[in-house]
Design a protein around this ligand. Structure first.
Ligand SMILES: [Zn+2]
Length: 484
């Protein structure tokens, strides 16, 4: 049995009956990325319009024993399917990747129905994609998962078993998934047909999707040829249809080569793009390639274990990507005050001039340090305590001053950084005094430091307490001279 959404991917709403409703928990990730547990209800309907989270038969680890039936050994599910929502990486901003790990490879062909078939690509890898969103009587459905041949809808409001309900699918999300999914079938078929590039898995991302090809490299020419060919087929308005084949159908022989095990039982769901491809799949698809509008292949990235990832956008995503790129381009044009074709050159120039400025700044700072050191030597406080703070500067700046003054009798307290916040400090002077005072200075400034031979330096978090340090140093000096 297939769900209503599989029989008619274009249906946006329908009426059905609530079969059961029981309390449940949803383990999910909140918008802040933190794990949260929502309490609610698990609602089962007679049929559904909301495509469930796909992949394996189970969402969590599951293991059953082999059993004998009619003298034949039947392998039951021994597959562990894990759901992995990886964090967006820096280059993959805002992309949520859904991936399934197959940790056990003893499939239970007998127990799998056609719904599970999609999970197997020609090379036997699992595929996975996110579920639909929608409403039941205007109550939001937060997750749809498949359990055997039924779908569990998670809601936060209970529904009464036996009542008729109106189910509505979040069409924008669904149609987007249909475009990406049919787009993947098309690209997979064309890549195989043109260059013998086999698809090993694919991922439906939030912004862009990825097809993993079983080849260490794919050339730019191959990418261009694949893109050209898939768009040609979209313009040819080729129909896409979904059929259920019984096992004795002669056509089954053709799909058998794509990984159908000899002992498979039950009907097989086959998605066919006319004259292009027939693939066992349980997903929701467009009925004609023209509904894909356009496919853009953004390029390739090195994949895992000698594979290559092909990144693509289908349909409305191409428009969204354009809008986003154009927005960035406009902002850059305003900032850089030049046309898009000159952006790269303008940024390169800015980077070079900033490097040069940094270098000049450093030289000036060094010269300044020498100059400051000389003027400090002629200060009336020379021989006592001398403090100096400068916003701009670094550890080198302070060390040059300490070196140039050659302070052996004077306590030199230098600081750089934010006047009230964090910064660096250096204490120089008579070895014994510095050894005693250094750790206390670090403590007052709520920082850390270390030193030897008349010099103690470190990081501070409370520059605002510099006056306290100065008082501490003055105190020390006056006690010392009183003792003499
Ligand atoms: Zn598929």
């Amino acid at each position: 049995m297939a769900f209503r959404c599989q029989r008619d991917s274009y249906a946006r709403e329908f009426t059905t009956t609530v079969v059961s409703c029981r309390p449940a928990e949803l383990h999910t990730e909140g918008s802040n990325g933190k794990k949260e547990v929502l309490s609610g209800f698990q609602v089962v309907l007679e049929d559904t319009l909301l495509f469930p989270e796909g992949g394996g038969q189970f969402n969590s680890s599951s293991s059953e024993e082999d059993r004998m039936e009619g003298g034949r050994k039947i392998l039951t599910i021994l597959e562990t399917v894990e759901r992995e929502e990886s964090k967006p990486s820096s280059e993959n901003q805002n992309i949520q990747v859904f991936r399934v790990k197959r940790t056990e490879t003893v499939p239970s062909w007998n127990k799998m129905d056609h719904l599970t078939w999609h999970c197997l690509s020609p090379l036997g890898n699992l595929r996975f994609w996110p579920d639909d969103r929608g409403t039941i009587n205007d109550i939001s459905v937060l997750r749809v998962t498949r359990r055997g041949t039924q779908a569990d809808h998670f809601t936060q409001t209970p529904l009464t078993p036996g009542t008729e309900v109106q189910v509505r699918v979040d069409w924008e999300r669904r149609f987007d998934h249909m475009q990406q999914h049919s787009g993947q079938h098309l690209i997979t078929a064309v890549a195989d047909d043109l260059f013998g590039l086999k698809t090993t898995s694919w991922e439906l991302g939030r912004l862009r999707s990825v097809i993993e090809l079983d080849s260490p490299s794919v050339t730019a020419e191959q990418v261009a040829a694949i893109e050209r060919s898939v768009n040609e087929k979209i313009r040819d308005r080729l129909p896409v249809n979904v059929r259920e084949l019984s096992l004795d159908d002669p056509e089954v022989e053709q799909v058998r080569g794509r990984g159908l095990p000899d002992d498979h039982a039950g009907p097989i769901r086959v998605v066919t793009i006319q004259n292009i491809d027939s693939n066992m799949c349980c997903g929701t698809h467009v009925s004609n390639l023209s509904d894909l509008q356009v496919i853009k292949i953004l390029g390739t990235e090195k994949g895992k274990k000698n594979k290559t990832n092909l990144i693509f956008l289908a349909g409305n995503r191409v428009l969204k990507w354009m809008e986003r790129s154009h927005g960035i381009e406009k902002a850059l044009t305003a900032l850089l005050k030049c046309g898009a074709e000159d952006h790269v050159e303008a940024v390169k120039k800015l980077q070079n001039s900033s490097k040069l400025l940094q270098k000049n700044n450093l030289n000036l700072l060094r010269d300044l340090a020498v100059h400051i050191a000389h003027s400090l030597r002629s200060s009336p406080d020379w021989g006592g305590v001398i403090t100096l703070h400068r916003k701009d500067g670094d550890s080198e700046f302070m060390n040059i001053i300490a070196n140039e003054t050659g302070s052996e009798e004077t306590l030199l307290f230098l600081t750089v950084g934010d006047e009230k916040g964090a910064g660096l400090f250096l204490l120089a002077g008579p070895a014994e005094a510095v050894e005693t005072l250094g750790p206390r200075v670090a403590e007052v400034l709520e920082g850390k430091g270390a030193g030897k031979k008349g010099r103690f330096q470190g990081k501070a978090t409370k520059m605002s307490r510099r006056a306290e340090v100065q008082a501490l140093l003055q105190d020390y000096v006056s006690t010392q001279s009183a003792e003499e």
